[in-house]
Ligand binder design. Structure first.
Ligand SMILES: [Zn+2]
Length: 210
């Protein structure tokens, strides 16, 4: 290698310190609605430049790639990851809540999986959830369940995932006028406990609430 070639190598190495990731890694799976379990688990590794539209969230620009996620460390909470674009917002908001004594024991952010959208011939969901892009957060899932048949909350609602929601009884259950919901909404995250439709997802926050 002559001096000029060496210079080119050094320059391109330095330049790539600010380049997007070259490779995208993520663990894919599909939810089977008949078997009620995750199927077709596989680890994906592909050229970042070859990401398909369905591997990226149109609203946020965040992707399913681990390389687009950032680990969040907050004292008193197990670590979790979110899309880098929202990492500072999530860190700041949840740190303020924890420091003000809010009842938060668990947070889940980035978690890839096809749990939404059309069902294929085998009964597998085909679209990625918002958690797959790191743009959704679940808080205290064990105390803020996902309910189905639940246009409005009442005895007809059926708990589908997580633990029962008992606002006013269980301090870890979120409330519409509580500090956690109000501060998360002020930070730009809508609450799954207030979405229209047949599901209420009381643990869930995202840009759309879904
Ligand atoms: Zn969620």
């Amino acid at each position: 290698m002559n001096t000029l070639q060496a210079l080119v190598v050094v320059t391109s190495t330095l330049a790539c310190g600010i380049c997007p990731a070259q490779t995208c890694h993520y663990d894919d799976w599909r939810w089977n609605v008949h078997e009620k379990r995750a199927v077709q688990n596989m680890s994906i590794s592909k050229d970042y430049a070859l990401l398909a539209d369905y591997e990226r969230d149109a609203q946020s620009g965040c992707s399913v790639c681990q390389e687009d996620q950032q680990v969040i460390h907050i004292q008193g909470l197990p670590e979790f990851s979110v899309c880098k674009k929202y990492a500072a917002k999530a860190q700041e908001t949840l740190t303020r809540l924890i420091n003000s004594g809010a009842y938060i024991k668990s947070v889940t952010g980035y978690r890839v999986g096809r749990t939404r959208g059309e069902v294929d011939a085998q009964g597998n969901r085909t679209d990625f959830s918002n958690h797959s892009f790191g743009v959704a957060l679940d808080i205290n899932a064990e105390h803020n369940g996902l309910y189905i048949h639940c246009i409005e909350f009442g005895p007809q609602c059926q708990l589908s995932r997580g633990g029962p929601w008992r606002p006013g009884v269980d301090p870890y259950s979120l409330e519409s006028n509580g500090a956690i919901v109000l501060m998360m909404k002020a930070a730009g995250f809508k609450w799954g406990g207030e979405i229209a439709g047949r599901q209420k997802d009381f643990m869930h926050f995202s840009l759309t609430g879904y």
